[in-house]
Each structure stands twice: as C-alpha cells, then as structure tokens.
Write a protein that binds this ligand. Structure first.
Ligand code: UN1
Length: 513
C-alpha cells in the first residue's frame, strides 16, 4: 500500500478499510464475496483491496437503513442539522488528508482535491441552515373557518450513485440535504474511487455514533453495476439520485420509472463558452483553459467547445495555443502541476479514439494530443490536453468525451452562436464572455442558452453549492445542491383543516342527507 494512503488512513484512525464502511454485521462474509484491487492513476500503485457487495450484502444494508429511518425521522430537523454541522467540522479538521486522498485516488490536482472537500464543507453549512427552513406554504381556503397548508415529510431511503470524477462532493450534496430532511442514505460510489468514499463514510459514522444515533443513517455499499441495478429496481428506495453517463442515467431512469419511483439525474454535459468580440480575452482565456484542462477534462461541467466570434477567433486561438504550451502535466500531488492523469487506461483509450474520430471527420488539431510516456507517467494514464478546429455537427463534437479535448468553432452573429451552443443533445452548463449588455441578456433570455446553468463572464465549470445544480435534455433534468433542490428529498403533503361546525364542500357542491 502506498505511503500516502497508509498515512491518511492512520490519521483517520481507519485500521481496516473493509471494517470502516460496513453497515450490517455480515458484510463481506459470503464465500461469493469478490475482493478487488484498486490502483491509483497517479502512480499506478495498488492502493487497496476492497470487498465488493453481494446481493445479500445489499439486502442487509437496505434492511439496516429502513430500520434506522424509523428513528432518524423522529429527531427534529434542527437536531439533525446539528449532527450535519458536526460532520462538517470533521471534514474541516481533515480537509488536508481527504483532499490529498481525493487527488491521489482520482488524479485531480491537489488544489482541486482540496476544493472538492471544501464543497462538502460548504454543503454541510448550507444544510445546517436549511434544517430550520424546510418550509411549506399556507393558502387561503375557499371555505369559511378552514385552514389549508402544506408540509414536507421525509421520503425514506435515498440511493446515491456517484461518479469517479467528484468522488465525494456529489455524495455530500445529496447526503447532507437528505439527512436534514430526515432521510437515510445508501451510497454506491464509483468502484474506481472507493477509498475516498470509505474515508467519508468512516467520518460520518463516527459522528453518528458519538451522537448515539443507530447504525444505518449513513450506509455505503461498494459494488459494481449490479448493485446500482438492484437499487434502481428496489421499491424500498423511493428516490435514486444518480450522477454519471447519459447511458447509465437512461437505464436508472427506466428502472426507477417502471416502479414509479423518483429519480434525480445529473448526467453528461457538452458545455460551451461563447467568446464574443466584446469579451475580455485575458479573462476568457483563464475561464476557457481552467474549464477544459481542470480535472483533466473529467468534470461534467468541463468546457468542451469554444464558440468564438470571427473577429477575435485568430487572436484567441493564438492565446490558447501559447497557454497550452505552459500547462504542466504530472503528479497531481505536486502543486506545480496544473493537470494530473485520466482515471484509467479505458479513459485514455476513449480519449485516443475520440482524437482519431475527430480527425476522420475533418477536425484540424492546432494543439496535438497524445499519451505521455516516461517514468513520471508510468501509470499510463497521462495525456496531453489538445485543441481541434471543428464543425459543431461532427458526431464526435456532439458526444461527451471525458478528457481534455477542446473544440473550436467560429461564429458570425450572436443568434448563430446561441444556436450552436444549444445544438447538442446535452444541456448542463454554458457561458458567454462579453462586456456587451445586449449580448449577455440575449444569452440569458428564453431565446438564449437552454442549459441548467448559464454564466456571464465565468467559465462553465466550478459552480457554487448555493445554486441548484443540473441540466436539461440528456443531462437528465435533475437539480441537486442549493436553492430549493431539497424538495426532491421530501414528500409534500397538503393539509386542509375544518374548524367550523359544518362540512361545506369545495367547488360549492351541495350534498345534504
Ligand atoms: C460534476 O462534475 O459532476 O461545477 C460536478 C463544478 C463542480 C461540480 C461538478 N462544482 O464544476
């Protein structure tokens, strides 16, 4: 086991990772239990051997969670918020270790690893406040001496399926809100990044234990696709929140929909920045490069397309080419590096394949890509960020490739730019760079961006937790994190109370006996 990992596990007082996350005493004891080795994309070293769940393990976790829900929902929301506050404190205290673990296990830069832990801390703070604001409305009844209002009750077990690229923050968006709402969570993290999940589960479990809360409010289940399928088909799980590819989301949505459950989907993006002739080009450059290269292009909010006005196209292209020549790629734990590896060999192959497809369709690379070789890149997961001039309609451009490939597209009018921006199947994040009010407001209007997120003079990635996060079309329509996203974790009940001495019917209907 690598030194980074053993130090961090010691710091978090985790002696046995397979003990640290188990909920239900029989976890991993079946002869069918598979133990899988996990490797870091950073240096290719094995970082852990993790027990994968069987269907029996899954069932025992659901039973433990269902039992815990009965008690958890009786605790007043602000008291639940207090427990979430303590979890936030623990995340603060362990930010350095957790951020390092995220960076080492997933491969994002250390800065971004810390940023991800900060995102968890922020959502804890948000959830604490929310625990006193689970408001419903009151309405005026049409009948005399009647009162009408609505209230929100917890749903039950929330299944959280998260992706490797934000191995912990997206769980926190869901879990912290679900907990203050009175729900319990079963988290199925990506099987590519189980260790950060185990560390977070351990932290949460310790806090629940210290508050004498019975086991099962926070559950973690490490497993492959079958576990996700069990969850999606399980009517004991009223809401499944899933982050990942559009293909995965369609399967989850179909299974959950078939049993009329609820799903919250946060799927692929194909995000563009429109760079107008009225843009501050230096500012645009930072937004574009961070958006395309940050997390090695593996955010669902990563900038994949730049739609650039013809009058500034050449100048901006030159700036980009020169900025890309300065990008340092290597060990993400070394803070001098801007970009770490892709998650695994499969991701590298997809990246290489996409470059080939782009060339075959006529794409012209102005910064060439390729796999990096040599001792510093021995994991085999490091690649060069690249830039290609393309047409928006190319099949490869219409597709989300989770890698640092940036496409350049030229435009003449703002209407054309918006049409190009919207002309993909996905609808997550979008941005315009301009100092012109008309351009900015057109982009934000009903005739503008069709995405869930539309920014002015900010790139497409790096959303704050306070807003609702998610997108339209093939992005799945879900909203997580801030604003009123909490409502999806609760069931709404409308209550009408008659305190008169008669029973008048609504709509003036007469019914006398
Ligand atoms: C994701 O890639 O699934 O807006 C989430 C961002 C981050 C979250 C990304 N706050 O880029």
């Amino acid at each position: 086991m690598s030194l980074v990992i053993s130090d961090i596990l010691n710091h978090l007082h985790i002696n046995d990772i397979n003990e640290a996350f188990s909920t239900g005493s029989n976890w991993g004891s079946s002869p069918d239990t598979e133990v899988k080795d996990i490797f870091s994309p950073t240096d290719g070293k094995k970082i852990a051997s993790v027990k994968f769940a069987t269907a029996d393990d899954y069932n025992s976790v659901v039973e433990t969670a269902a039992k815990a829900f009965k008690t958890w929902r009786t605790i007043p929301a602000p008291k639940r918020g207090e427990i979430v506050r303590q979890i936030g404190e623990q995340l603060r205290a362990n930010k350095k270790e957790l951020g390092t673990l995220v960076s080492y296990e997933m491969g994002k830069s250390l800065q971004e690893g810390y940023g991800e832990v900060q995102e968890m801390i922020d959502i804890c703070d948000f959830a604490v406040g929310l625990s006193r604001q689970l408001y419903g409305l009151t309405m005026h009844s049409e009948r005399p001496e009647h009162r009408m209002y609505e209230q929100y009750h917890p749903l039950g077990i929330i299944g959280v399926i998260s992706a490797f690229n934000f191995p912990v923050a997206v769980w926190a968006w869901n879990a912290m809100l679900a907990w203050v709402c009175g729900d319990v969570c079963i988290w199925k993290p990506s099987e590519k990044t189980p260790l950060t999940a185990i560390a977070c589960q351990h932290i949460a479990q310790e806090v629940f234990k210290a508050n004498n809360i019975e086991e099962g409010v926070s559950c973690l289940i490490i497993g492959d696709r079958e576990v996700g399928e069990l969850m999606a088909n399980d009517s004991r799980v009223p809401l499944v929140s899933a982050t990942g590819s559009t293909r995965m989301g369609k399967a989850v949505s179909a299974a959950v929909g078939a049993r009329l459950g609820k799903s919250l989907l946060e799927l692929g993006g194909n995000n563009a920045i429109i760079i107008t002739e009225n843009a501050d080009l230096d500012m645009s450059l930072i937004g574009a490069v961070f958006g395309a290269v940050g997390t090695a292009g593996q955010r669902c909010t990563s900038t994949r397309r730049l739609i650039i006005h013809e009058n500034v196209y050449e100048a901006f292209k030159q700036k980009l080419v020169s900025a890309y020549s300065q990008i340092k790629i290597g060990d993400p734990l070394n803070e001098n590096n801007h970009m770490g590896p892709l998650i695994d060999q499969d991701a590298v192959n997809l990246y290489l394949d996409s470059i080939e497809k782009c060339k075959a369709e006529g794409g012209k690379f102005v910064v060439e890509g390729g796999k990096l070789e040599g001792d510093a890149y021995r994991s085999g997961c490091y690649v060069k960020p690249c830039i290609a001039e393309v047409e928006n309609h190319y099949q490869i451009v219409q597709h989300e490739t989770f890698a640092p490939i940036l496409y350049l597209i030229k435009y003449k009018t703002i209407e054309e730019a918006i049409e190009l921006q919207n002309g993909v199947p996905q609808g997550l994040s979008s941005a315009i760079m301009t100092n012109n009010l008309r351009e900015a407001e057109t982009f934000l209007s009903y005739a503008g961006s069709d995405c869930g997120i539309a920014n002015v003079n900010i790139g497409t990635s790096g959303a704050e937790i306070g807003g609702a996060f998610g997108g339209e079309k093939e992005t799945g329509g879900g909203r997580e994190s801030g604003s009123d996203a909490w409502k999806v974790y609760m069931r709404r009940q409308t209550n009408t109370i008659n305190y008169s001495k008669t029973l008048p019917l609504a709509q003036g209907i007469k019914f006398d006996l």
